[in-house]
Design a protein around this ligand. Structure first.
Ligand code: NAD
Ligand code: ZN
Length: 375
């Protein structure tokens, strides 16, 4: 994203050089079926103290499964199972950090997150907060983190969010649902093992996969689009079309969706998401609707913003026999709608990306209400 920051614009003759953002990327990634088995050797060079543990935050759907016996545990290491029933909260991060600090004399050598976007975001946030003072809610926003996080590894077990590549960790705080966006958020290592996504239930596969598809549509149709975002967005979109509209072998489909998620995440790094995400944040804030399904609930009614994207989405829904819940907003009061509308409209960069600098002229609270009422 090009950020025009007047103070930093450098005058060279009569030309003005914009001040471009300098983003971190995941420095190490391993891809392939079964590559999870290399986790032990990947962590080994980080084990510089016998006292300090590596903490594994793992989605509790894996409790008692064979995956757990493959986690390369040293005597002081710890596994903490966490439910992904609810999306991550700032309080939850603070409690985890306190627990780890009180149980171990030394700071952990690393945090490994194994699961979907929920677990990946928790791992990022815990790694940041173990090295930073105060509460995690104080860091929700842009570039508020002062000190580097501790070493952290992300291992996705469901594909779509792009949380494995992004420089944010989205948390529900007491006042807002907002990411800790910082250069220290990005993982130091990512393990992409498509086999880990084998057990994902079909509906969840679709909803989280659609998060990726919607990232592509919102990025490619946004006003912030540039060649960097476009190149990743187009690739991710092509992969999503293969996965959701063609009849692929399951293993090819798993491989492709994992790479679609990666590219979709890269695409929004240098642009932004749009209308579906803004409105989905409102649903999530008020009703606790999860990210993937929330995006789908909104996106189905956005044909006037994304006509081609919504048409393809409808084909995908039909092909996979997905029936989205109905009547989600039917019992809400006017003040409930106002809360959701305010959350959605507060996400200015998303609207600016979707509708341009004069976005406020093209959208109104009434318009948002009419869309929410359909959901
Ligand atoms: P999730 O982590 O919430 O998990 C969804 C469900 O799938 C859970 O019930 C989980 O237990 C289950 N699951 C995961 N892997 C499984 C497997 N292999 N087998 C069986 N079940 C499995 O899902 P998600 O959609 O990946 O993540 C949503 C979260 O990601 C939200 O909190 C959202 O805010 C966040 N997010 C973050 C970013 C980012 O850049 N940081 C981007 C988009 C979304
Ligand atoms: Zn998303």
């Amino acid at each position: 994203m090009e950020v025009s920051n007047k103070e930093n614009e450098e005058q060279i003759g009569t030309e003005v050089t914009p001040n471009y953002r300098n983003f971190p990327m995941v420095p190490r990634v391993i891809f392939g079926n079964g590559c999870f088995n290399q986790l032990g050797e990947i962590l080994l060079p980080k084990r510089k103290s016998v006292e300090a543990p590596i903490i594994f935050l793992i989605d509790d759907v894996f409790e008692g499964t064979s995956l757990i016996s493959r986690v390369p545990l040293f005597p002081n290491d710890q596994i903490i199972f966490i439910s992904a029933e609810e999306e991550p909260k700032t309080d939850q991060v603070d409690i985890l950090v306190k627990q780890v600090r009180s149980e171990f004399k030394e700071l952990p050598l690393g945090i490994v997150g194994i699961g979907g976007g929920t677990l990946l975001d928790l791992a990022k946030a815990v790694a940041i907060m173990l090295n930073n003072k105060g509460k995690s809610e104080e860091y929700q926003g842009w570039d508020l983190v002062k000190k580097p996080s501790i070493y952290h590894v992300g291992i996705p077990t469901i594909s779509g969010t792009g949380a494995e590549v992004s420089r944010t960790t989205v948390l529900l705080g007491p006042e807002k649902k907002l990411g800790i966006n910082s250069d220290y958020t990005t993982f130091d290592q990512v393990i992409l093992d498509p086999d880990l996504t084998k057990g994902v239930p079909k509906e969840q596969w679709f909803y989280t996969g659609m998060d990726c598809y919607i990232h592509c549509v919102e990025s490619l149709n946004g006003t912030f689009l540039n060649a960097f975002s476009q190149s990743y967005g187009e690739k991710a979109l092509e992969l999503c079309k293969d996965v959701f509209l063609e009849d692929l072998e399951e293993s090819e489909s798993r491989d492709k969706l994992m790479m679609a998620s990666w590219h979709g995440g890269m695409s929004i790094a240098y642009s932004q998401v749009g209308v579906a995400h803004a409105m989905s944040y409102g649903l999530s804030y008020l009703l606790g609707v999860r990210h993937g399904i929330g995006n789908c609930l909104v996106f189905q009614y956005l044909e006037e913003f994304y006509p081609e994207g919504v048409a393809l989405f409808n084909k995908m829904i039909e092909k996979h026999n997905i029936s989205l819940p109905k009547g989600v907003c039917s019992d809400l009061t006017d003040s409930d709608f106002d809360i959701m509308i305010n959350v959605a409209l507060s996400l200015e960069p998303l609207w600016e990306n979707a509708l341009g600098a004069e976005w406020e002229k093209h959208i109104s609270p009434e318009k948002l209400k009419s869309i929410y009422q359909k959901i």
